[in-house]
Write a protein that binds this ligand. Structure first.
Ligand code: SAM
Length: 251
């Protein structure tokens, strides 16, 4: 299975991007969500990196994620701060909500982990169905250049109790027809030069053209689509921007 975020991948995510670490997204979405008076959903909530600052700002946020290991970190981080939030194990295309939400926010390019156009469309329709009338969807994607020019290689992190984690990423394929880039991720956990554990995960991302995603949102029933570059609301994306944000409303 692709994009599993298993035990070692989750540990790496948590070490590399601890709770509260921002790429500019935490501040941007906090500002965009200011004044939201109903529940907010974060699909693919992960370790709570983004969820927790939103809760701390007083927003009512819940989330889901496919990875039990990522959700375990999230629960621990919530407990550590005496915070509570509903976080469930579910996927983009099969999650269930009790009540419609006022906003859905998908940071960190997680939407691109759905590596087919069809799955992306299913998720957009589901997001639309999960929103109250007038509710907003906010999501960001990595620009095409950062995906197709990606330079995978070896990275290392110090792990708890004197360990070392290595991630060796190797490019597998770039499918320009399906707009999907694939890598193999080999994670290793070492202690005093002894290999304790290894895990292999296939990682894939589907890139979306800006106008393609705008039209996909409209086809899913959204209106008032605003596309912004570099986390500056309303600024037309520039070719050098590291992130592109979409905001759209359910009529
Ligand atoms: C880049 S992390 C983002 C985590 C968090 N939203 C953040 O901003 O730090 C991507 C997350 O997407 C989750 N994920 C991958 N595929 C998924 C799917 N089909 N449905 C739900 N979650 C998924 C992974 O388990 C991982 O936690």
């Amino acid at each position: 299975m692709n994009n599993r975020y298993g035990k070692l991948a989750s540990l790496v995510y948590h070490l590399d991007k601890p709770v509260g670490r921002s790429f500019g997204d935490v501040e941007y979405y906090l500002e965009r969500l200011q004044g939201t008076d109903g529940p907010i959903l974060e699909p693919a909530v992960g370790t709570g990196r983004f969820l927790i600052p939103l809760l701390q700002a007083g927003l009512d946020v819940r989330g889901f994620d496919l990875s039990v290991e990522m959700l375990d970190y999230c629960q621990r981080e919530l407990e550590h701060r005496a915070l509570t939030a509903s976080v469930q194990q579910a996927g983009f295309t099969d999650y269930v909500l009790d009540h419609p939400v006022q906003a859905i926010v998908v940071p960190a390019g997680s939407f691109q982990l759905l590596d087919s156009f069809e799955q992306g469309m299913v998720a957009l329709h589901r997001f639309h169905a999960s929103l109250c009338s007038g509710g907003r969807l906010l999501l960001d994607v990595d620009p095409v250049h950062s995906i197709v020019n990606s330079r995978p290689g070896l990275r290392t992190w110090s792990a708890p109790s004197d360990g070392l984690i290595t991630l060796n990423a190797t490019a597998l394929s770039t499918d320009f027809g399906a707009q999907v880039y694939r890598e193999m991720h080999r994670y290793e956990l070492w202690e005093q030069g002894v290999l304790l554990e290894t895990q292999l995960e296939q990682f894939s991302l589907r890139w979306w053209g800006i106008q393609e995603l705008r039209m996909a949102l409209e086809q899913a029933g959204f209106v008032d689509v605003v596309v912004s570059g570099a986390y500056q609301y309303g600024k037309a994306p520039h070719s050098d921007d590291d992130s592109i944000s979409f905001e759209a409303r359910k009529p």
